[in-house]
Design a protein around this ligand. Structure first.
Ligand SMILES: Cc1cc2nc3c(=O)[nH]c(=O)nc-3n(C[C@H](O)[C@H](O)[C@H](O)COP(=O)(O)OP(=O)(O)OC[C@H]3O[C@@H](n4cnc5c(N)ncnc54)[C@H](O)[C@@H]3O)c2cc1C
Length: 474
């Protein structure tokens, strides 16, 4: 492989890197991907989206079987948990998905260089083995950094992946904890907190801010927190964890008011057998050789890129979690496609303003575009249309009536500016809203599209009608 020249060398095989590689190969480029993990797929496939959704689905079925079937006239005894089988299935889902990427690499004739990629200079990448020695050096007409992100550490709370775990450890617990304390009420903390609560853990969520899930529309957040509380999650908002002591029995956490001891309230201690640190993720740039190559970072430590994903060094590009924008798998993939299409002479572009987000709890939360708070802050005059799932016949038939759809549209032009959904199938529904908004739809446009009956998407149509003029069924 030494001195072989590739049109594109991608560093990192997450949803940003592997998708970019496949698209580049489709466009006729000779592509290599350097990946240090033993499997392809990055955070998303190995320790992120896929294993967490496998456990969310299994734990949801467990809870549903225990609580919700009687209303349908299905009588079963209390379900028992085959924990080993649930975890085995999760592993199998991950295995099949990562193997699928290996297959796609072979199909598209993409070379996987196993090891850590280090940029020596524009046009030159070394592959470092586990012993730290250079295994290979390849020439690259273009280099694409897709190195992703890692867990943001919390000072005073050292992660050991046994009792104090990151999301990675929380997906691999050896048994259901009695008391799980989640530090951080963001998407990952609430999803994994929900998994373990459904399986029988007491779960306390400690959050620095006085609200959960910063960035979600305020009104949705209030309903969301209420639902999670009803399900049994306990919240300590406006509180910060300042110390963690591991004992034989578990972990003793010191929790103080976020405003500091003088800001009101005394410090308290919480006993947990497992603590999940989920305060966010930060770009992973270690070992890439960025300094040497002259690749500049932003003030927030992400790789700085221009509108075409080029870094400060011509011929070196970056996408996904290592650069600005939402840290989401589908955004990383779209970055990758746009970047390599531009390299191939096409016109790639990603609209980061219309990247949909989903919280895969039950009910789910999903949104795309602006929140009411953002519109107010920007001084945009807007209309609100809401429609509850209680008024939607399919949701009634499904016994899933909690939540509502909210459509925000421009007061003058009626253009849809934001869609926010709290409901059982919000994550699937939001795709329609994203599509409509990419085509600059008005609320009237969505409201006039013929939706199949009975489907939950009729609630989006009705909310759009409510934003434009009036809903039919309310
Ligand atoms: C628990 C959890 C749940 C999540 N759930 C969702 C979800 O439901 N939906 C969603 O959209 N997002 C979710 N995310 C976020 C999502 O995983 C990331 O946004 C996404 O993986 C980013 O893709 P990426 O390609 O930029 O980086 P990554 O997926 O992080 O991949 C980067 C890859 O680069 C490799 N690498 C790094 N440096 C080097 C180097 N020098 N040499 C070789 N290889 C290197 C790494 O080993 C890794 O494989 C979740 C994350 C977590 C942790």
């Amino acid at each position: 492989m030494a001195n072989e020249t590739f049109d594109l060398v991608v560093i990192g095989a997450g949803p940003g890197g592997y998708v970019a590689a496949i698209r580049a190969a489709q466009l006729g480029m000779k592509v290599a991907v350097v990946e240090k993990n033993a499997t392809l797929g990055g955070t998303c496939l190995n320790v992120g989206c896929i294993p967490s959704k496998a456990l969310l689905q299994s734990s949801h079925l467990f809870e549903e079987t225990g609580h919700d079937l009687a209303a349908h006239g299905i009588v079963v005894g209390a379900p028992t948990l085959d924990f080993a089988q649930m975890m085995k299935r999760k592993g199998e889902v991950v295995g099949a998905t990562t193997k699928g990427i290996e297959f796609l690499f072979k199909k598209n004739k993409i070379t996987w260089l196993q090891g850590t990629g280090r940029i020596e200079a524009a046009g030159k990448v070394s592959v470092i083995g586990p012993d730290g020695a250079v295994k290979d050096t390849v020439a690259a007409k273009n280099i694409l950094i897709a190195a992703g992100s890692e867990v943001t550490p919390l000072p005073g709370v050292a992660i050991d992946e046994k009792k104090i775990v990151s999301s990675t450890g929380a997906l691999e617990l050896s048994e259901v904890p009695k008391h799980l304390v989640v530090v951080g009420a963001g998407i990952i903390g609430l999803e994994l907190g929900s998994v373990w609560r459904r399986l029988g853990a007491e779960v306390t969520v400690v959050e620095f801010l006085d609200r959960i899930c910063a960035g979600i529309d305020d009104e949705i957040t209030k309903f969301f927190q209420r639902a999670l509380t009803k399900q049994g999650l306990k919240f300590k908002l406006g509180a910060k964890v300042t110390k963690a002591e591991t004992t034989g029995a578990g972990v003793t956490l010191t929790v103080e008011p976020a405003a500091g001891k003088n800001g009101g309230g005394a410090a308290e201690t919480l006993q947990a057998d497992i603590v999940l640190v989920a305060i966010g993720r930060r770009p992973y740039v270690a070992g890439l050789g960025l300094d040497k190559a002259g690749v500049k970072l932003t003030e927030r430590g992400r790789i700085a890129v221009d509108a075409h994903f080029q870094t400060s060094v011509p011929g070196i590009y970056a996408i996904g979690d290592v650069i600005d924008g939402p840290m989401l798998a589908h955004k990383a993939s779209e970055d990758g496609i746009a970047c390599v299409e531009t390299l191939a002479g096409q016109k790639g572009h990603v609209n980061w303003d219309l990247v949909p987000s989903v919280v895969y709890t039950q009910p789910e939360v999903a949104w795309v575009g602006k929140t009411e708070e953002q519109l107010k802050a920007a001084g945009v005059a807007y209309k609100v249309g809401k429609y509850p799932f209680t008024a939607d016949p399919r949701s009634r038939a499904n016994a899933a009536t909690e939540g509502f759809v909210k459509v925000l549209s421009d007061k003058t032009t009626d253009r849809v500016l934001g869609v926010h959904i709290f409901g059982a199938e919000a994550g699937t529904m939001i795709g329609e809203a994203a599509l409509a908004m990419e085509f600059a739809a008005s609320a009237e446009d969505i409201g006039r599209v013929c939706h199949a009956h009975p489907t939950v998407n009729e609630a989006l149509k009705e909310a759009a009608l409510a934003s434009w003029e009036k809903p039919i069924h309310l």
